[in-house]
Structures are given as structure tokens and as C-alpha cells.
Design a protein around this ligand. Structure first.
Ligand SMILES: [Zn+2]
Length: 381
């Protein structure tokens, strides 16, 4: 057996209308609930707050998390939690509130300073009990030990360490029913990219992450278009939420590669949503990897189209790339950079920025040099 390590995600509770179960996942005492104004405005936090109040757990809501959350926001959440003497933290929302919740729970519990814990496996203290509740089916942040924070000058820094893995993830598809179609599409494609990139990861791919990535791709690809076109379809929403979670556990173990490496600069320079940036770079990077990842794409191909099964590996890999990109296109999201405010003059700078994503580039099945990145952005333009 090829040696490998695998870290399971948090314990999982999944089903419809689970807010009443939240108190039993948390210790007695004050709770800090971290979310954003959009989620709170939709009323999604209310049933959780009521359930905590009924269980006589005082709850303090911090709802000021922005997209690409800043260091100031994180430290403000920690301060509010400290003032409330919080003994537990709940993160409710997309990736941003969940990332802030992870680090707030860690900083409150450990007393560590943020600047001392950036990087991989540096944070090793205790955190407060933590429950994460996703309201989008995409980032998989509830499954991972990673939190990304935007620091001075727009620099994104990450903490990736075991203590950030939540105690519980609570998956309730009813929370995702109100998502607009373009958000369902972009976040769903992000999750599909997590599954594909985990399966093809050049470094830490392993049999368990493979199994999770395959099932994630199966659930996500079969339900993405239904969830976009029939937003109230609870079966499709359930499959998307579970698929995104499984993909999260997969890429927490077998990290993502080139699509994400080229997507991040689009988020940093143009503030485009994370899911959209992955959708935009999907085809160029899969094409770039076509030869290096041929066998792996061929293995995944029948999940997207059973009709590809009898073909040879080259035709199957070709079919896989086409089906995956067609699925993204069928959501109705424009997949051209120029349609999202990216000028042709920005391509050199984007390519330069992509080269800084070394922690992701090393996972890609095929090297991406700066000239390659420039060409791939041009192909997406
Ligand atoms: Zn992603």
C-alpha cells in the first residue's frame, strides 16, 4: 500500500429543519454566532438564535463579516466574543463567516495571537467548541481546517491547522433554498472543482479522498442544473450540500491545484466571487492538464456521462473535459473574463500574481509557468 494520511472532517449532523438540534451540540454558557448581514437579513440566523435562547444559552450575534473577510473583522468578532464571555462559537453562512468563526473560536480558546499562527500546522492550541452551518453548497469550509483572511494591502493569509476543524458540521438543505441561481451555479461549480482537483492532486491524493471526490462529483454533477432551475427542489439542494461537504473533506486531505491557483488572482484584483473565478478558469486549466491527468480524467469521465465508459482513455479524458465545461456553461453563467470586468490589459499582472500561489501550483498534475498562466488567462478572456 502506498503510504498516506487522512484526516476525517468534523462530526456531521444532516437533515431538514435541524436548528432545534443546535443546543445539544454546544456546551452550556454564552455562544458567539458569527454570520453576515445578508444571511441575517434573510432571517436564517433567527431559528438558531431562538433554539439557543430556549435552551437558556445567551447568544451574541456578530453579523459584520464581509466577502474576503479582513483581519479587522476577525479581531472585532474575537473582541465581541470575549466581552460576551463566549464558551462556544457557531459559524453560519458561506465560506467567509465560517472562516471567521473558525479563527475566532481558536483565538478565544487558545489566547494565541493571530500573527503567530499563519501557515500550515503552526496553530496547536485549544479552541472553543465550534459548530459550522453552511448556507451555500460550495466552499466546503465547514469540512476543512483552513481559514483565509485578507490582511494589509489585500494580501491573503491562511491558517491551516487541525484545531480549526470544527466539532460539528450541521447540514440543513432548507438553508440553501433561497440562494439565487447565479450563486447556486458559481458555488456549485466551485465544489465540482474541489472534487476534480482533489482527485488529480499531484501530492496528497489517497484512496479515501478519491472515494469522497468521486461521490461528491456524482452528487454535484447530477444535481447542479436542477438546483439552478428549480431552486425549491429540496432533494437537489440536499445532494448539492452533501456533495460540497464531501468535496471539502476530499480537498482538505488532497489539496486543490491549478484552477484555484489561477482563480485567486481574479478574486484579489477584481473582487469576483470565489466560485465564479473557478468557473472562469475551469476549461483552460483542464485543457492544460489534459495529457498529464489523462488517466485520472478518464477514470472520472463515466461519472459525468456513462456513455464514455467503453472509450479509450484519451477519448474518455476528452469527453470528461467537455462534459465538465458544458455543465458549467449550462448553468447560464458567462465563462468569459471580459464579461466580468477583466480588461485584456490585466492578463500579464494576473499571470504574475498566479505565480505567487505556489502552495496550490505544486498540487497541479502538470507544471504551470508564468507563460502558461498568461496563455490560460488569454484563453479564458
Ligand atoms: Zn474553491
Amino acid at each position: 500500500m502506498r503510504p498516506f494520511t487522512f484526516h476525517p472532517g468534523p462530526r456531521l449532523i444532516a437533515g431538514e429543519g435541524l436548528h432545534g438540534r443546535l443546543p445539544e451540540l454546544l456546551p452550556d454558557g454564552p455562544c458567539l454566532l458569527v454570520t453576515d448581514a445578508g444571511v441575517r437579513g434573510l432571517g436564517l440566523a433567527d431559528p438558531f438564535c431562538r433554539a439557543l435562547a430556549e435552551a437558556e444559552r445567551p447568544v451574541t450575534v456578530f453579523d459584520r463579516v464581509e466577502t474576503d473577510p479582513s483581519q479587522e473583522t476577525l479581531l472585532a468578532a474575537v473582541e465581541i466574543g470575549r466581552e460576551a464571555a463566549a464558551v462556544s462559537v457557531v459559524g453560519l453562512g458561506g465560506g467567509s463567516p465560517m472562516d471567521v468563526a473558525k479563527l475566532a473560536a481558536y483565538l478565544l480558546g487558545s489566547g494565541d495571537k493571530l500573527d503567530d499562527i499563519w501557515g500550515v500546522d503552526v496553530a496547536n492550541g485549544n479552541r472553543l467548541p465550534l459548530v459550522l452551518v453552511p448556507t451555500t453548497a460550495g466552499t466546503g469550509s465547514e469540512a476543512t481546517p483552513i481559514a483565509v483572511i485578507t490582511c494589509e494591502g489585500g494580501v491573503k493569509l491562511a491558517v491551516n491547522a487541525r484545531p480549526l476543524t470544527a466539532d460539528w458540521a450541521l447540514l440543513d438543505p432548507q438553508l440553501t433554498i433561497g440562494l439565487p441561481a447565479h450563486v447556486t451555479a458559481a458555488t456549485g461549480i466551485d465544489a465540482i472543482v474541489h472534487a476534480i482537483e482533489a482527485y488529480t492532486s499531484a501530492r496528497l491524493k489517497n484512496p479515501l479522498s478519491d472515494a469522497l471526490a468521486r461521490e461528491a462529483l456524482n452528487l454535484l454533477s447530477a444535481n447542479l442544473l436542477t438546483a439552478c432551475r428549480d431552486p425549491g427542489n429540496i432533494e437537489a439542494r440536499s445532494a448539492m450540500l452533501l456533495g460540497a461537504h464531501l468535496a471539502g473533506i476530499a480537498f482538505a486531505n488532497a489539496p486543490v491545484g491549478g484552477v484555484h491557483a489561477l482563480a485567486y488572482p481574479l478574486g484579489g484584483l477584481f473582487h469576483l466571487p470565489h466560485g465564479l473565478t473557478n468557473a472562469l478558469m475551469l476549461r483552460p486549466v483542464l485543457e492544460h492538464n489534459a495529457e498529464a491527468a489523462r488517466e485520472l480524467y478518464a477514470e472520472l469521465a463515466p461519472i459525468l456521462d456513462p456513455g464514455l465508459e467503453p472509450l479509450g482513455s484519451q477519448a474518455r479524458a476528452r469527453g470528461f473535459i467537455d462534459r465538465a465545461c458544458q455543465l458549467a456553461a449550462d448553468t447560464g453563467v458567462s465563462l468569459r473574463l471580459r464579461d466580468h470586468g477583466v480588461g485584456a490589459g490585466a492578463l500579464d499582472r494576473l499571470a504574475g500574481e498566479a505565480m505567487k500561489q505556489t502552495r496550490l501550483l505544486v498540487n497541479n498534475p502538470c507544471p504551470i509557468e508564468e507563460a502558461d498562466a498568461r496563455r490560460l488567462y488569454e484563453a479564458a478572456w
